[in-house]
Structures are given as C-alpha cells and as structure tokens.
Design a protein around this ligand. Sequence first.
Ligand code: NAD
Ligand code: ZN
Length: 344
Amino acid sequence: MKACQYLEINQPPQIVDIEKPQPGPGEVLLRITASGACHSDEFIMSLPEEQYVYGLPLTLGHEGAGIVEELGEGASGVEIGESVAVYGPWGCGLCHPCKQGKENYCRYAAERGILPPGLGAPGSMAEYMIVDSPRHLVKLGELDPVQNVALTDAGLTPYHAIKPSLPKLIPGRVAVVIGAGGLGHMGVQILKALTATTVVALDPKESARQLALDVGADHALPSDESAIAEIKRISGGLGATAVFDFVGIEATAALAAKMVHFESDIVMVGVGPGTIPVGFFTLRYETSVRAPYWGSRSELEEVFELARIGAIHVETETFGLDDAPTVYERMHEGTLRGRGIVVP
Ligand code: NAD
Ligand code: ZN
C-alpha cells in the first residue's frame, strides 16, 4: 500500500510503497477515507535528531478516518464496512485517567511505549492503518469523513482547551484566539457555539483573519501590540477574559499576558517555546495559565455532536495521497485555508 512517511531527519516526507498491515488480536484494520495534516507534524519534522523521539520511518497522520476493513481476533463493537474516526491519544485503557476517558493523560502510555498513530505508531496518511482497539473509534454515521476527520485533533484540542474556561466566559466578556489556522478556526467556532462572548481572532495573515471572520469571529486583528488597546476598547476597558494561544511563541505569550484582566485564563495550545511567567507582580491577579494536550474520548464524542447539529464545521482543502508532501509545503508557506486533508 501507499503511505506518506517521514524517513530522514529534517527532510520532506515521501510517498512510499509498504506492506499492507494485518490486524493482530483486538485490533482493527481501517481503509483510510481521510487524514488531516496538523502543524504538529511539521513541528516534529523540524526537530533536530537528538530531540526527535517518534521513530523512523514514521507513517504520518494523527487525524484519521476510515472504513472498518477487518477485525482482529476478539475485536468487537464495530462492524465491517462501518465509517469511523480515530481517537488519537492512545492510552493503556486501565489506569485512572484512562477510565475517565482521559487517555491523553494516561499514566503508563509513555513507559509502556504506547504512542499515538502518526506520532510514533503508524498513522493515517496511508491507504490502511491499524487501530489498537475499537475503544479508539468514533462512529461517524452520516458525517462525511473528509469534512470531519480533523475534528479528531483540530476540533478536539481547542474544545478541551476551552471547556474548563466556560464558567468564566459569561456574556459580555471577550475571548481571544491567537492563530486562526487549523485549530484556531475551530476554536473560534467552539467559542461561538458554547458561549455568548465576543470572540476576537489575532493572526498576522490577512487570509487567516478573513477565515476567522467567515467562521464567526466578531473581530479579527493583526497579531501585534496594537491588539492590546483594541481588545481593551472592545471589552469596555476590561481586557480579555480568556486567551487561547494556538501559536505559543514568546511574542504571542507576551501578548496574551498583556491583554488579560483579573481572574482570566491563558491557555497555551501551540507548541512554540513561549512561556508565561506567573507571579504576584508579573501577571494580573488570579490569572490561570495552562498548557493542555489533545482531549478525552468523551470530549471527542461531544465535538462530533457539535458537528452533527451544524454548530461547527472544518474548512478544508483536499489533496490526493500522492500530494501529501505538498500539504506540508503549503502549511510551511502558510497558504492553506483551514485544514489540509489527504484523501487516499
Ligand atoms: P496551522 O499552521 O494550521 O495554523 C497556525 C496559524 O497561526 C496560522 O494561521 C498562522 O498564520 C498563525 N500564526 C503564525 N504566527 C502567528 C503569530 N505570531 N500570531 C498569531 N498567529 C500566528 O497550525 P495548527 O495545525 O492549527 O496548529 C497550531 C498549533 O497547535 C501548532 O503549534 C501545533 O503544533 C499545536 N497543536 C497542539 C496540540 C496540543 O495538544 N496542545 C494539538 C494539535 C496541535
Ligand atoms: Zn495535531
């Protein structure tokens, strides 16, 4: 089968021909219908050799959807021919966080070498992939896999980032999304669907600001110091109640820290090297800072429900599997609108 693999440190991924996998006991073989390209893929491919821990060759793709092709011995709960999406942050399934569905925070995944598809295990940018357990599948039903596959990360991660801030996001307040790309344009929609806040998107790219407005942002501004005064004005002098930073570099972290008011939240989702110093004299009183990773199994069900009722949708650009390396080039150039989706 064809697969898009990262083969050599800091070199572009390539399309290769590899053996079609066979499902072992308890596993599920999917024929891939869609696979999303995430900026995290580009991030790991930019790491120097000494920091790269995902194995080579690596079949990319941690946002996957497919048709159940074959069930390994004892695997049950899904039928052959069913359309499903893959929950990516695989855990052991048995520890306390896993029992709560929070496999993204499995206690044992790291020490047992349980790795997400596309980030260690073979991913979805291929004609077929193995899912280690039916527990990691969400039934898509009538939802189109190409339009919805990115919900597994670009939807789930912002949802998980936003949900704990909901009690603070009361009507009249301002929520800020920094970076209106794959995750950010979903963050805007999730905020609009779940709150009555004014949503402001910040992005240096005019096309990304337009995308944010198109999907429901109330304002879209360049991502620089001028946004601080503008957000103050929009919020009636208060400042932002929550900032969701989908970039996470020093510049965006510094902006976030300057635009919040008391008892606000700053949520660092982007994997940039930015940090937010917290101290009595360094940040507004009782501002909370957190850096969440992906989301839980039950939250993924909730995200798909939002899509089912039409409250959120992913803006997509589609590519054939042979063009998968092009998606990462386009991501690097910053010319993608929303999410790039590979359709084998
Ligand atoms: P993307 O490439 O689709 O979008 C990034 C957006 O940020 C682009 O619109 C770009 O113009 C904008 N941007 C760049 N510099 C900016 C700046 N200084 N200020 C404001 N906007 C700026 O990326 P994506 O796939 O949406 O991923 C976003 C980030 O989230 C990446 O760092 C990715 O690795 C990370 N991520 C984290 C998790 C997690 O679990 N925490 C999960 C998935 C992705
Ligand atoms: Zn991702």
